[in-house]
Design a protein around this ligand. Structure first.
Ligand SMILES: Cc1ncc(COP(=O)(O)O)c(C=O)c1O
Length: 391
């Protein structure tokens, strides 16, 4: 990332009209005009330039959401960025925009479990078939392609097990077979990985996580290239998915410090990973050990790593692992992540999703840690005192 983008994040969205360094929160259902001619003029402008922020009804947005869309499109290097009330709303919008009954989609096995439920259960009822591929064996992806395949849905790295995939290869397989691609890029955000530039058609980020950074707002973004823009726009129109201006403002505010926070999450996570890498009963699910496939795939595509990691722990019982998690004092126990604070969760089968390719031995358990912005030596000391419960 160039310095100029970091500077852009600090200097954008000023409101010289009201003499505020931040943009106003414009709340509106009715967008008011002085005359019918003005309404028609705006509608004509919107037709000619559908990404230009010309609105005639509140559901389309206001200047507050438009500012956020412009910032994110610059960060994503995308043609346009749609906003949704949650990150999962963006997952839904991406799939809903480009699939119809009779189609097939191919989805990464370790996707976020609600994405798995949406594709394997819900879409089935609409006669859309899903096949899951092994993130580390793309032959399973190639084998799943049929004439009906419309979309390859990637999440990189995979949820909970943090499998890094050869995403460049996935794009070339998709292009060769004229299949659209979407990626859930919530872990890395476009600060560390730019999917649209790499060749993905759609890129999803849960803004709930690092974009907002303060665990107090939900939102999602779906960045798209020009090829799929009209289809997503048409789907957005009929779903009514809209991010409110107050939430858009909080996300814009969070973005001001995205680079600073992510750089710090990365440094802290690296220190914690270094400490944990010394334990034989713990396998790091994080791009730290240079000899691993995951590390190579991360290095090939990413410019940095965020603060979310998994630990595959060998322990005599699940009870011991839960005790280790419970006795962490500085790590809260809760589901979201990407905020300023550290979090720890034991991942059971429900959270892992009903995977086709995950093989865990009876004595292997997965714990997810979000490494926050605390002093890393305090976090390491906390983990150290709780590790005794694994013995
Ligand atoms: C990888 C990933 N994608 C999407 C989502 C959904 O985001 P939201 O909670 O904003 O709906 C989550 C939430 O945890 C996630 O971890």
């Amino acid at each position: 990332m160039s310095n100029s983008f970091k500077t852009f994040l600090k200097h954008t969205a000023k409101d010289f009209h009201n003499q505020s360094v931040n943009p106003p929160i414009v709340r509106a259902s009715t967008i008011i005009f002085k005359s019918m001619q003005d309404i028609r003029k705006t509608q004509d402008k919107a037709k000619k330039n559908p990404v230009g922020g010309h609105f005639d009804y509140g559901r389309q947005g206001t200047s507050t959401t438009h500012i956020l869309q412009q910032i994110l499109s610059k960060l994503e290097e995308s043609y346009f960025t749609f906003l949704t009330p949650t990150g999962f709303g963006s997952v839904f919008l991406a799939i809903f925009s480009v699939t119809r009954p009779g189609d097939e989609i191919i989805v990464a096995d370790p996707v976020y479990s609600p994405t798995r439920l949406l594709s394997q259960d819900f879409l089935k009822e609409f006669n859309i078939k899903t096949t899951f591929y092994d993130p580390h064996d793309l032959k399973t992806l190639e084998k799943a392609i049929t004439k009906k395949t419309k979309l390859i849905f990637v999440e990189n790295p995979g949820s909970n097990t943090f499998d890094f995939q050869d995403i460049g290869k996935i794009i070339s397989i998709a292009k060769k077979n004229k299949i659209l691609t979407a990626i859930d890029n919530t872990w890395g955000t476009p600060y560390f990985l730019k999917p649209i530039k790499l060749g993905f058609d759609m890129s999803i980020v849960s803004a709930t996580k690092y974009y907002s950074g303060h665990s107090d707002v939900m939102g999602g973004s779906l960045a798209v290239n020009k090829k799929v823009f009209a289809r997503v726009k048409a789907a957005e129109r009929v779903t009514g998915l809209r991010l409110g201006p107050d939430d858009a403002y909080l996300i814009t505010r969070g973005l001001r410090t995205l680079d600073v926070r992510l750089d710090r999450h990365r440094e802290n996570a690296k220190k914690v990973a270094e400490f944990l890498s010394k334990f034989k009963n713990i396998k790091l699910l994080y791009p730290y050990k240079k000899d691993s496939y995951n590390f190579r795939m991360w290095k090939k595509y990413y410019s940095g790593a965020s603060g979310l990691m998994g630990l595959k722990i060998k322990a005599k019982s699940e009870k011991a692992v839960v005790k280790f998690v419970n006795n962490l004092k500085l790590f809260g126990h809760g589901y979201s992540w990407g905020g300023f604070e550290s979090l720890a969760l034991h991942q059971n089968v429900r959270e892992q999703g009903n995977r086709s390719y995950l093989k865990l031995a009876k004595n292997e358990h997965i714990v997810r840690l979000h490494i926050g912005l605390e002093d890393p030596s305090d976090l390491i000391a906390d983990i150290k005192q709780s590790l005794k419960h694994l013995k």
